[in-house]
Design a binder for this molecule. Structure first.
Ligand code: ZN
Length: 608
């Protein structure tokens, strides 16, 4: 393991042609260099790990190359190229705006910009994560960007283009980097595997590529992890086990059950999946994607949208033939709704189960309509029972409020007896509970009934200031509710992440370094209540450890769980600390800005 170099660095492209998945863009850059049409400022936008910084470095090297090749690439042999490749060139300066975002940082950069290069033609300044610059730093930078010296070229890189000020945008040539397709990623991983003498099943590399979600750096770092735990023989089975990916097999089996209206089997498969340690939200987004993949498999023209390996492709096509398009449309919609409601739901498991039941009924509905029954009728009973059982208190207040508003009453006790007798008893009958009226209850105990219908009693107590007795009873019945709240709630990693970020966001300005650090960490749940954050080095560990009690308190409080425990661990060098899927990223973004969810709903957007 001595001299071990992570694949992302070892196989970092050194020419435009070797950059994976950004052909159009690299060609344009090459042509610009060949035609000597260089701008003074470029903005590279795109998701993380797709090659923005790599392209910026190749660009810097190529424009300084002493004898570029005929097709506009750097020679990689001249003194300038060697200096770049050995990372000792003075003509390239990289500033990570995520950690150096103050006015002072920018001022010292501007100082350097004035000094012309000793060797070569251009000095290139790469400012990574440029959206993280403070407002003041942005302003200081703007002046230099307006009138840069001839030898200076700025390449700004960002994952969040919308955060860049229009004044900056208008001064830059903008290049949008695509996320790299699964196929391109798999191809590149195959190349790396071959170079390293590693055998790898195409399906396994496909899983890695999907997990990396368009980022080559992530893909290679996951690849490295997989190599280390498989000892150089990468198989689908051990990859899905180790990357915590749900086997396709489950989705295929489940879809068969759903098509055959087999509700019990579907619920059992879901149970199986939960027992394997997958969470419901993960499962439901996976199922949505599966339906989506089936849909695109149905039609030859959309087949290219299916990003799976060749062997599994046929299975998709086979199952797609069994699925009526209407089934797939509706199933996708139901799963997407479930996904959207997942966070808000108190009983997440039930939510997923209801969704499965609805999906399993989709094809049954078609049969029913043939017999003259509408699909709504077929689905309804399940929900009526559910909601009637779950929210008896909410159904009643309106009745009670109407009653108390309509009937002028002298004393509180008569209101109470009225509401109990007229308002509630008839409601209670259909659910088979013995009508209260039949029990010879004295007035006193009827009063005690009041707080039980707590939501309804609100109307009463506001209109008629309650007697001390009633107040006491109300506080007495509030108690059990409070102990319920004091019970530990379950939560998942997304909830955790949300409040983790909330904590970071509310830190005072003096602690913005900590806040920035926290935003870059990904708390990972180890079990129901313990989570860890992997940090880059011992130094960060030393900084983070004293913060544990405060952070813990915040999370315990927000997530209503008193057992939450935080641990800090220094990560292994090959470890990929942060890898968010696109769905996770969307969820995080929409937690910050709920308008996004509305947008998604308004336009019926789907996330894949
Ligand atoms: Zn050269």
């Amino acid at each position: 393991m001595e001299n071990y170099i992570v694949s992302a660095r070892k196989y970092r492209p050194s020419t435009f042609d070797s950059v994976v998945g950004q052909k159009a863009l690299t060609t344009t850059l090459k042509n610009a260099i060949a035609g000597q049409k260089l701008a003074h400022a470029y903005l590279f936008c795109g998701p993380r790990g797709v090659g923005k910084t790599t392209c910026a470095r190749i660009f810097a090297k190529t424009i300084n190359c002493m004898n570029p090749t005929a097709d506009g690439e750097a020679c990689n042999e001249c003194e300038s190229c060697r200096a770049f490749n050995e990372q000792r060139s003075y003509n390239i300066h990289e500033l990570d705006a995520a950690s150096n975002n103050s006015v002072e940082d920018i001022r010292s950069l501007i100082e350097q910009v004035r000094i012309p290069p000793q060797i070569g033609k251009y000095k290139v300044y790469i400012i990574d994560e440029v959206h993280m610059l403070s407002q003041a730093a942005f302003n200081a930078f703007l002046k230099t960007l307006e009138e840069p010296p001839h030898h200076a070229i700025f390449i700004l890189a960002t994952t969040e283009k919308h955060k860049i000020l229009p004044t900056i945008l208008s001064r830059c040539q903008i290049y949008d980097f695509n996320r790299i397709t699964v196929n391109d990623t798999v191809e590149h991983l195959q190349y790396v595997a071959q170079k390293e003498g590693i055998t790898a099943e195409p399906e396994a590399l496909n899983v890695i590529a999907q997990k990396a979600d368009g980022g080559m750096r992530d893909a290679l770092s996951i690849f490295d992890q997989v190599v280390s735990f498989t000892g150089g023989n990468i198989q689908y089975k051990n990859v899905i086990d180790n990357l915590n990916v749900l086997d396709y097999e489950y989705y295929f089996r489940l879809t068969d059950c759903l098509l055959d209206n087999k509700i019990s089997e579907s619920l059992l498969i879901f149970n199986d999946i939960l027992n394997k340690g997958f969470d419901g939200s993960h499962f439901i987004t996976g199922l949505s994607s599966h339906f989506r993949d089936l849909l695109v498999s149905k039609d030859a023209s959309t087949l290219p949208l299916l990003e799976v390996g060749a062997s599994i492709r046929e299975r998709y096509q086979q199952q797609a033939q069994k699925c009526p398009p209407q089934f797939l449309y509706k199933a996708m919609k139901l799963c997407n709704d479930c996904d959207l409601n997942y966070r808000a739901s108190k009983n997440k498991r039930l939510l997923v189960e209801i969704t499965l039941i609805q999906v399993a009924q989709l094809t049954a509905d078609a049969d029913d309509t043939a017999h003259g029954r509408s699909p709504e009728q077929a689905i309804k009973p399940i929900f009526n029972k559910q909601s009637a059982q779950a929210q008896p208190a909410q159904a009643q207040p309106s009745v009670q409020a109407q009653q108390s508003a309509r009937t002028p009453v002298a004393s509180t006790s008569s209101v109470q007896s009225q509401t109990v007798q007229q308002g509630v008893a008839p409601q209670a009958q259909p659910t088979n509970t013995p009508p209260i009226r039949q029990n010879p209850i004295p007035q006193q105990s009827e009063e005690k009934k009041i707080p039980v219908f707590k939501a309804g009693s609100l109307g009463v107590s506001i209109k008629h200031p309650a007697s001390r007795e009633v107040q006491q009873q109300q506080t007495a019945t509030v108690k059990p509710v409070q102990t319920e709240i004091a019970e530990d709630f379950i939560f998942n990693e997304k909830d955790l992440d949300y409040y983790w970020r909330e904590y970071a966001n509310q830190l005072p300005v003096e602690e913005k370094a900590t806040a920035g650090r926290m935003m870059n960490m990904k708390p990972k749940l180890l079990n129901d209540t313990t989570f860890e954050v992997a940090v880059d080095n011992e130094l960060v560990e030393k900084i983070m450890t004293p913060l544990i009690p405060q952070i813990q308190d915040h999370l315990r409080n927000k997530l209503h769980n008193r057992k939450i425990t935080m641990t800090v661990r220094v990560s292994a060098p090959t470890e990929n600390i942060r890898a968010y899927s696109r769905v996770e990223r969307f969820q995080m973004m929409s937690q910050k800005n709920p308008e996004l969810l509305k947008l998604k709903e308004e336009f019926g957007l789907e996330l894949y």
